[in-house]
Ligand binder design. Sequence first.
Ligand code: ADP
Length: 161
Amino acid sequence: MPDIAVYPGSFDPITNGHMDLIQRGLKIFDRIIVAVAKNPVKKSLFSTEERMEMLRVSLKDYSQVTIDSFEGLLVAYAKGQNARAILRGLRAVTDFEYEFQLAMMNRRLEPEIETVFLMTGLRWVFLSSSILKEAAIHGGNIEGMVPEIVYAKLKEKFGLR
Ligand code: ADP
């Protein structure tokens, strides 16, 4: 059986921080399923389909990575994919409390699936999709922080400097 991990998130949009984490994850798992959470409550800049398309293009060279989306309970989705683990990233201290709560809840709901945390590369420790969007919306140049396709999309939307 291949070791499969589900890497869930909003990916609104994917950043180099996410890319870094996926590359690290591939050293541990045979396959990673990057799963876009369809959350009707959370307001997103890009539609689910747009987010998935940016993920597909950014990760096209990684044959062990597949792109999917899911609704509802993450652990139920992960189990359905035969995943052994949920992959999450940790940045500076701020991520810890929320990620800890989430991991504990998921363990309670599905004890068979472990949450694995990886630390991003130092360059991306302070990079988040929300800060990135904030900068791009106001015309800030975010080149080098996101894959090419995301840069192009943001430029098209906001005409970056
Ligand atoms: P969510 O809405 O689930 O937090 P995100 O797309 O923001 O979705 O993040 C998905 C996962 O990737 C989370 O575990 C988050 O901590 C992690 N992540 C996001 N950006 C980075 C980064 N720069 N470095 C490390 N992990 C990151």
